[in-house]
Design a protein around this ligand. Structure first.
Ligand SMILES: O=P(O)(O)O[C@H]1O[C@H](CO)[C@@H](O)[C@H]1O
Ligand SMILES: O=c1cc[nH]c(=O)[nH]1
Length: 304
């Protein structure tokens, strides 16, 4: 039976009456989806996504049993069992363009019959937790602490290519952002999407919480200047000062807005939790970020 009522964004799903063509839904001769190289039986309902492919092994080293290890390009997947829970750890690589591939292909594995090439009658909702690293945009959030993202604030432009529709509170927050921040006209139009409330409270309860700005680069788009000058000098200061009904922008990373928006539209639950490895206002950097990342891995595994 399909349950659609909990979706945050209004679904604009395509209703296929004909099989999806081989050029659109690409399946290998082994029956695996194109980029992830996975077959449907190789993923669990609980999925931990990470940017760095080497973090997958750090997660699965805690598993009691690993059933599948598959990799292709930067997409490394380990599926197994942790204290009776079936979990997939999967690397996305860096950036929203990769998240577009990962979430669409994960959803296809869960919700499209790869033989008939038609969406299944019953919908499977995945729990997707992004376990990342991030830079704090507030001085009081120290390196080696954890931030759970209440919202993704997308500067990546991905939603411009989908028929995405947002909820009223997301639109209100975005309006307030546009008024306060004076967003540069020739940058991608920003968008805001909420986390899954259930996953946020289950996984991020004891963490700093706030809006996560998702940038489409690590340097210029996050206000870093090595040998190139940013177009807007004080963008990070403007992000730092933004406030709306108690919401503030806590951190920068590069995947959350795409994860939240695509998951929401496709009927999955998603949350991001990050280890803060740099503080952009205190100008500090973690002495060894693997320590908080490993701590975060255990928290997520115990709570997912
Ligand atoms: O540590 P991961 O999960 O890759 O996350 C962060 O680190 C990368 C940049 O160094 C970006 O992917 C950013 O989102
Ligand atoms: O500052 C940072 C740190 C990690 N990841 C980012 O995207 N930015």
């Amino acid at each position: 039976m399909a349950f659609f009522y909990f979706y945050k964004m209004i679904r604009t799903e395509v209703r296929h009456s004909q099989p999806i063509a081989p050029s659109e839904l690409i399946i290998t001769p082994e029956g695996a989806i194109y980029h992830l190289n996975l077959r449907p039986e190789q993923i669990a309902k609980n999925v931990i996504v990470v940017g760095d492919q080497y973090r997958v092994e750090r997660i699965s080293s805690h598993f009691d049993k690993v059933d599948h290890k598959v990799s292709k390009r930067e997409f490394v997947t380990h599926t197994g069992w942790y204290k009776g829970k079936h979990i997939t750890a999967l690397s996305t690589g860096i950036g929203c363009d990769n998240v577009d591939i990962v979430i669409n292909e994960l959803d296809a594995l869960a919700n499209i019959d790869l033989n008939s090439r038609l969406p299944k009658d019953s919908h499977t909702s995945l729990n997707i937790v992004r376990l990342g690293t991030s830079g704090a945009l507030q001085e009081d959030i120290p390196v080696d602490s954890f931030v759970a993202s209440t919202h993704g604030l997308g500067f990546d432009g991905l939603m411009g290519f989908y028929d995405a529709r947002f909820e009223e509170d997301e639109i209100e927050l975005l309006q307030s952002f546009k008024q306060q921040v004076d967003w540069p006209a020739d940058c991608n139009p920003p968008y805001i999407v909420k986390a899954s409330e259930d996953l946020l409270s289950r996984i991020g309860n004891d963490m700093y919480q706030g809006i996560t700005a998702t940038a489409n680069g690590f340097y210029g788009p996050q206000g870093r200047s090595l040998r190139l000058k940013p177009k807007v000098d004080d963008l990070n200061e403007r992000l730092n000062k933004f406030e709306h009904n108690g919401h503030r922008i806590t951190n920068f990373e590069m995947e959350t807005s795409a994860l939240y928006s695509l998951s929401s539209m496709l009927g999955h639950h998603a949350v991001t939790v990050c280890a803060i490895i740099a503080n952009r206002f205190a100008k500090t950097y973690s002495k060894d970020y693997h320590i908080p990342v490993d701590e975060l891995i255990v928290k997520v595994l115990d709570r997912i």
